[in-house]
Unconditional design. Structure first.
Length: 94
């Protein structure tokens, strides 16, 4: 777990220092994966939801890129994911 904690701290630190930096989107995606591997699925899903809602406001191509990037990471737990998003979508429709 130490390596995951180190990765969490590094990506979180980068995002704190450079929230709109050149590699911010990549760091957020990697941080979501780290959270998932740490077993912090709620945090990972919340971060994924933020990415999807941001992409919805931008364009369809970006939304597809987010979905494809996370398809394999979240596929084992699709039931939890779909329940989470159906509740969230009712609360936060843009």
């Amino acid at each position: 777990m130490s390596l995951l904690n180190d990765a969490d701290a590094a990506f979180s630190g980068y995002l704190s220092q450079y929230p709109s930096g050149k590699y911010a989107d990549s760091a957020r995606g990697l941080l979501r994966r780290v959270k998932w591997f740490q077993g912090k699925t709620g945090e990972a899903l919340n971060m994924l939801e933020e990415a999807i809602l941001d992409a919805l406001q931008k364009d369809e191509a970006e939304l597809r890129a987010v979905a494809v990037a996370h398809q394999s990471n979240f596929a084992p737990d699709l039931a939890t994911t779909s329940r989470h998003f159906s509740r969230s979508a009712r609360r936060k429709r843009p």
